[in-house]
Design a protein around this ligand. Sequence first.
Ligand code: HMG
Ligand code: MG
Length: 298
Amino acid sequence: RVADEVSIYEVSPRDGLQNESAMIPIEGKRRLIAALVGAGLRRIEITSFVSPKWVPQLADAEELARTLPAERGVTFSALCPNARGLERALAVGLREIAVFLSASEAHNRANINKSIDDTLSVFSEIVPPAREAGLAVRAYVSTVWGCPYEGDVDPARVVRIAERLIDLGCYQVSLGDTIGVGTPRQTHDIVRRFLDAMPPERFALHLHDTRGTALANILVGLELGVRDFDASVAGVGGCPYAPGAAGNMATEDLVFMLHGMGVRTGVDLDKVIEAGNVAEQVIGRPLPGKVHRAGPFR
Ligand code: HMG
Ligand code: MG
């Protein structure tokens, strides 16, 4: 067996919904999150404390976070770009936040309107106080496999950024294939470089499945020792500031493959398929996940 167990970090309520132009009622978001919890997902990114002008869909972040019932053993997290975001997360009593930036200047500028260095300075002012306040802090580095504006990205540069985030107190850096252009040999190279720099629990793979290579890239990571993968039920989502972006690795497809390989996830496949159906109802159009469309095998 390639691994005993992996941890799935579910991003559909945040990464999945942030790109939807029609406003989704808060009740639908609550239903989706409840279905994900019911399926056994234990780490769920529920929203973002970003500017509502930049991401109108998540303007209900406070109300959503405040009104979710606490679930034993479940961690709800939210994106947080700056001090204002941290203040908002603390005010609603969230226990985990995720800071985020890109490995390429142009995407970082398009997404959070700053240079990479200025973003890291902002994070150096919010991560330590967040840790002191008892929060766990995760981090994302986007455009690791390629940037929609700049093309190729130097993996050595990504490792340096990730090391700074870990030094600041982030417990894990999630590496984003934001526009889904990664292929297996490239993933092998990126993961090897990370394993040379840090233990596997310090990083995760966050792969958008835009061109159908997410599962192949995850398999490469799994075989090299990565045990943390981000996923989005029914493959919903995409970054609004990355043209052409599609959803993250579909949670059902990942669970189907892992269980078939004898790897535990703690997730119930039938129930996560149910959660995908809830996502489809809430969003109101067909979603692309493969297992979502085909169903389980037996
Ligand atoms: P800015 O315009 O440069 O910032 O935006 P600003 O400080 O000048 O603030 C502008 C306005 O926003 C002000 O309000 C601030 O108060 C307000 P105004 O005076 O105009 O009324 N503001 C805030 N409001 C609420 N919460 C806050 C906040 N901060 C400022 N935290 C900013 C800079 C970072 C705020 C903006 O660019 C932003 O919100 N960007 C977020 C974009 C985003 O969420 N993108 C998608 C998530 S990233 C992603 O999907 C990739 C990932 O999945 C990994 C991968 O796939 O690779 C994570
Ligand atoms: Mg993403």
